[in-house]
Design a protein around this ligand. Structure first.
Ligand code: ATP
Length: 291
């Protein structure tokens, strides 16, 4: 087998709740994850020498992403190379399109693609569940990125319930030019002091019933209570989206990316232009939910 080309899709959180902080420091979450049509590309091939060679594609800007042994792609390849004592080398070329440190699980998506790609390239015969069990050791969102689609994610992200696809809609993504550390956001979250929790059970039910309106009515993210005070431009982007006709807008993950759900593409494009013109975000994308 020569070369494997994989798309590593980003996610947004239609709903994100934190239930408690566990004794081991992890937070117990309850989230609705949605795969979207924005992806990095990862190419994997065997190479002589036995090592791991990871490079960024010259087409995109990979500054801000370490291309060394700390990259999640490198760590995923290394994990399977060690476990299966694979002697051949692996060359990986990563084209980054998903905004980095943005709340879109870019690194986790890349790691998920690397695990799947290694499974194929070396015919390891691992099932999806076996890949997910390995993925969670590298990052809590990786099991979901392996599964994709629409899902309820619980525990620290490893307990996944697949849901029916979200009804089709137009989603505008806007990432302001700040990087947010997930550790900073969770570190400053006061779970006991949260005044509101999104109704994740109700959202799960709405998805099962195919009701986009039911989902929109319940969108909420408790991490906004930490990230928005630190980066008020997030609130401004949310309100521009609403002003231009979004049914609802929300921060994804730990931020700072904002997404809005629009009834039609024309309104989403107008909102995109307004956000860009006002200088709040250069990284904007019009996307659809994916299976
Ligand atoms: P999440 O939604 O899971 O919180 P995120 O979008 O906030 O993820 P990432 O883009 O995954 O954050 O990256 C967070 C950090 O992880 C980066 O600042 C970078 O140093 C490191 N990293 C390691 N591997 C990768 C990768 N393949 N792509 C992007 N970042 C990576």
């Amino acid at each position: 087998m020569g070369e494997i080309i994989l798309q590593a899709y980003a996610k947004i959180n239609l709903g994100l709740d934190v239930l408690r902080k566990r004794e081991d420091g992890y937070h117990e979450v309850k989230m609705i994850m949605q795969r979207i049509s924005l992806a990095d590309t990862l190419v994997l091939r065997k190479c002589p020498g036995g090592g791991i060679l990871l490079q960024g594609d010259t087409e995109t800007d990979v500054s801000g992403v370490p291309m060394d042994a700390s990259n999640l792609v490198y760590r995923a390849i290394q994990m399977l190379k060690e476990e299966f004592q694979l002697e051949e080398g692996v060359e990986a070329v990563l084209t980054k399109r998903i905004p980095v440190a943005a709340g879109m699980a870019g690194g986790s998506a890349d790691a998920a693609a690397a695990l799947k790609g290694m499974n194929q390239l070396f015919s390891l015969g691992l099932s999806e569940q076996e890949l997910r069990d390995r993925g969670v050791k590298l990052g809590a969102d990786i099991p979901y990125c392996i599964m994709g689609g629409t899902a309820l994610s619980e525990g620290i992200g490893e307990r996944l319930t697949p849901l029916p696809p979200l009804p089709s809609c137009h989603i505008l993504i806007a990432k302001p030019p700040v990087s947010v550390s997930t550790a900073f956001v969770y570190g400053n979250l006061r779970v006991d002091e949260l005044l509101e929790h999104p109704d994740i059970d109700g959202m799960t039910e709405a998805i099962r019933q195919g009701s986009l309106q039911g989902v929109i009515d319940r969108m909420g993210n408790v991490l906004e209570t930490v990230t928005i005070p630190a980066y008020p431009e997030i609130a401004v982007i949310k309100s521009i989206m609403l002003e231009y006709g979004a049914e609802r807008s929300l921060m994804s993950g730990s931020g700072p990316t904002v997404f809005g759900i629009f009834p039609d593409e024309a309104k989403a494009m107008q909102a995109e232009q307004a956000i860009r013109k006002a200088g709040y975000a250069e990284q904007t994308y019009l996307v659809q939910p994916l299976l």
